[in-house]
Design a protein around this ligand. Structure first.
Ligand code: C2E
Ligand code: CA
Ligand code: CA
Length: 551
C-alpha cells in the first residue's frame, strides 16, 4: 500500500536508521529496492551537510516528542536533481507511550517553490527588460540609506526618454517595447556593476550611485545623455530619441520615495529647460511645482464658477490708425488672492493640464456674444494647437457661431505655426473646413516659428500677424526691417492680409504704413479694454484719437 503513494513515507528508529521506506524514497536515492536502504542513516545516503540537517530535526522530534509539520527540506537526488520537500516528522510511540522512533512523510514541492521564486522575481523585476523594478530599487535605496552615517550620501538619477510616446504612437508598441529593451542595455553598459539601474515606469529608469562609487553623478548623467542621444536601430527602424535626467542626493533618514520624488522634480525641470540635459534638484523647484499645482486647482475652480475670467479686447486699426477694423480678444484672470494675472501665467498651464479646450470654448463663446449685434466688424480669438487637435473642434466652433447668430466671417481665429507641427495634413484639413464655412484664419506671431511658405501656397490662411519682436526692432535692426518688408510683400502678392503687432511708436506706425502693411495693433493705438469701452469707442467719438493711450 505504501508503495502506491507518490509521497515519501518512512519510519526511522531512535538512531535515525531507516526501518521502513516506500518505493519513492528508494527510487530517489537511486535504489530500486527499499530494502537496500533499511538500516542505513541519512549520513550513508546524502551529502553530510544535508544529512546533518535532517538528523538534527529528527533528534529534536525524538527528544521533545513534539511533531514537526511541513518543514521545508532541500535534497539532492542520486540523479543530481535538486528538489524541495515539505516534510512532516512525527514521533512514534509504543503501547506504553515511549518514543521508539519517528514517522516521516514528505511531499515534493519543487514546482511550487519554483513558481514562488518566479513570483518573487516578478515582484522585484521588470519583465520587459529584466532590470530590477521600482519596488526593488526603493528596497535597495532604503537599505543603503539605513546604513548611512550623518554626512554620507548617495546619488539617485531619474532618467526619462524624450519623445518615447511619439515612437510608441507612430511606430507601434512592439517597436516601443524593443526600444525600451535597447535603452536598458545602453544604460547597463553606461554604468559599472557598483551602480544599480532599475526600470521604474514606462520609459523611466532610475540609477543609484552609492557613496563609495568611483564615478560622480554628473559624469554618469552626462554619459547617459550621450548614450541615449545616439540613434537606435529597432526592428528595422532607425529611431532617434533623447534622454533627460534629474539628479538628487539621498541623505540619512530620507524615505526612498521622497528621494525619487526629488529626482523626478529635477527631471521635470530638465524637461522644461529643453530636454536632453540633466538638472540637479534644488528645493525651490519643489516650491515652484507646488505653486503650479495650486494654480491649476484655482484655474479649475475659476472655469467652474466662471466669474474670475474675463476677455478684454484690443482694437486693431487700419494702416492710417484712423479706423478700428476689428479687435483681438485677450483673456484675463482676476485671481482671488493673486490679483490680475496675464495669460502668460496660465495659458501654458491650461494646455499642460488639459484645461485649454474648456477655456478656449469659453473664450470663443464670449467673444462671439460680444461681436453679435455690435458695430465691431470682427473679433479675433486665440486658439491653442491643442484645441485644434480635438476632432470635433470645427463642428463645435460652427455650433458656437450659430448659437451667437453671427456671420462666420466676423470671427477670426489666431493660430500659431505650432498647429502644423503635430499633424500637418490634419491641421490643413481642419482649417479648410473652417475657411469653407467662412471663418477667417490668421497666423499669429508670424516669423518666430517655422514660417513655412507652404501655407501661403495652399491658401490655408487669410492673414499673417507679424510678431511684435520684429516690429520692436524696426529702424534699429537691418534684418528686422528686411524680414518685415519681405513678409508684407509676400502677403500682398498672395492676397493675404497682414497685421503688425506691438506697434508702440509713431515711427513704427509710419514705417509699416509706408511699406503697405494693412492693419496695425499696439499700445500706440490702444491697449486691451473692456468690451463696453470698445463698443463706446466704435459708436461714439473719433476712434483713432480717443483710443490713443500712452504706451
Ligand atoms: P498674442 O496673441 O501675441 O497677443 C498679443 C499680446 O501682446 C497681448 O498680451 C497684448 O496685450 C500684447 N500687446 C499688444 N500690443 C502691444 C504693444 O504695443 N506692446 C507690447 N509690449 N505688447 C503688446 P497678453 O494679453 O498678455 O497675451 C499674451 C498671449 O496670451 C497672447 O499673445 C496669446 O498667445 C495668449 N492668449 C491670450 N488670450 C488667449 C486665449 O483666449 N486663448 C489662448 N489660447 N491664448 C490666449
Ligand atoms: Ca494673438
Ligand atoms: Ca502675437
Amino acid at each position: 500500500m505504501i508503495d502506491q503513494v507518490p509521497d515519501y513515507l518512512f519510519v526511522k528508529d531512535t538512531e535515525c536508521r531507516f526501518v521502513v521506506a516506500n518505493k519513492s524514497v528508494a527510487a530517489d536515492l537511486g535504489r530500486g529496492d527499499p530494502n537496500d536502504i533499511l538500516g542505513k542513516t541519512d549520513l550513508d545516503l546524502h551529502p553530510s551537510d544535508l544529512a546533518k540537517g535532517f538528523y538534527d530535526n529528527e533528534q529534536r522530534v525524538l527528544h521533545t516528542g513534539e511533531p514537526m509539520l511541513d518543514i521545508e527540506e532541500f535534497v539532492v537526488l542520486q540523479s543530481g536533481q535538486k528538489r524541495w520537500l515539505s516534510t512532516s516528522k512525527l514521533p512514534l510511540r509504543n503501547a506504553q507511550g515511549q518514543i521508539i522512533g519517528l514517522v516521516g512523510i514528505a511531499r515534493d514541492i519543487t514546482d511550487r517553490k519554483r513558481s514562488e521564486d518566479e513570483v518573487r522575481y516578478l515582484a522585484f523585476h521588470d519583465t520587459l527588460t529584466g532590470l530590477p523594478n521600482r519596488r526593488s530599487f526603493e528596497g535597495a535605496l532604503s537599505t543603503m540609506i539605513a546604513g548611512f552615517s550623518p554626512d554620507e550620501t548617495a546619488s539617485v538619477l531619474y532618467v526619462d526618454l524624450d519623445r518615447f510616446k511619439y515612437v510608441n504612437d507612430t511606430l507601434g508598441h512592439s517597436v516601443g517595447d524593443a526600444l525600451i529593451r535597447e535603452v536598458a542595455k545602453r544604460l547597463e553598459a553606461a554604468l559599472s556593476d557598483e551602480n544599480l539601474v532599475a526600470r521604474i515606469g514606462g520609459d523611466e529608469f532610475a540609477v543609484l550611485i552609492g557613496p563609495d562609487s568611483s564615478v560622480s553623478a554628473e559624469n554618469v548623467a552626462t554619459n547617459i545623455i550621450a548614450q541615449l542621444g545616439r540613434s537606435f536601430s529597432v526592428l528595422g527602424n532607425v529611431v532617434q530619441v533623447a534622454g533627460s535626467v534629474g539628479v538628487t542626493r539621498a541623505r540619512q533618514g530620507m524615505p526612498p520615495d521622497s528621494v525619487l520624488r526629488e529626482a523626478d522634480i529635477a527631471l521635470y525641470e530638465a524637461k522644461a529647460r529643453g530636454r536632453g540635459c540633466w538638472v540637479a534638484f534644488a528645493a525651490p523647484m519643489a516650491t515652484a511645482l507646488e505653486e503650479k499645482a495650486a494654480l491649476e486647482r484655482d484655474l479649475r475652480l475659476a472655469l467652474l464658477t466662471g466669474d474670475q475670467l474675463f476677455l478684454e479686447y484690443q482694437p486693431v486699426f487700419d494702416a492710417d490708425a484712423k479706423a478700428i477694423v476689428g479687435a483681438e480678444a485677450l483673456v484675463r484672470w482676476h485671481h482671488p488672492s493673486r490679483g490680475r494675472l496675464p495669460p502668460g501665467v496660465f495659458i501654458e498651464l491650461a494646455e499642460e493640464r488639459g484645461l485649454i479646450t474648456q477655456l478656449g470654448d469659453w473664450a470663443l463663446e464670449q467673444a462671439c456674444e460680444v461681436v453679435s449685434g455690435s458695430a465691431l466688424p470682427w473679433v479675433a480669438v486665440n486658439v491653442s494647437p491643442i484645441q485644434m487637435r480635438n476632432p470635433d473642434f470645427a463642428s463645435r466652433l460652427l455650433f458656437i457661431l450659430a448659437t451667437a447668430n453671427i456671420e462666420p466671417s466676423r470671427l477670426q481665429i489666431e493660430i500659431t505655426e505650432g498647429v502644423f507641427l503635430d499633424d500637418r495634413d490634419k491641421a490643413v484639413g481642419v482649417l479648410r473646413t473652417l475657411r469653407e464655412a467662412g471663418i477667417k484664419v490668421a497666423i499669429d506671431d508670424f516669423g518666430t516659428g517655422y514660417s513655412s511658405l507652404a501655407y501661403l501656397d495652399h491658401y490655408n490662411v487669410d492673414k499673417l500677424k507679424i510678431d511684435q519682436s520684429f516690429v520692436a526692432k524696426l529702424g534699429t535692426s537691418k534684418s528686422a526691417d528686411a524680414i518685415v518688408r519681405c513678409i508684407v510683400a509676400l502677403a500682398r502678392a498672395t492676397g493675404i492680409r497682414v497685421t503688425a503687432e506691438g506697434v508702440e511708436t509713431e515711427e513704427q506706425r509710419a514705417h509699416l504704413a509706408a511699406i503697405g502693411c494693412h492693419e496695425l495693433q499696439g499700445f500706440l493705438l490702444a491697449r486691451s479694454m473692456d468690451p463696453s469701452k470698445l463698443l463706446g469707442l466704435l459708436t461714439g467719438r473719433d476712434p483713432a484719437r480717443s483710443a490713443v493711450t500712452s504706451p
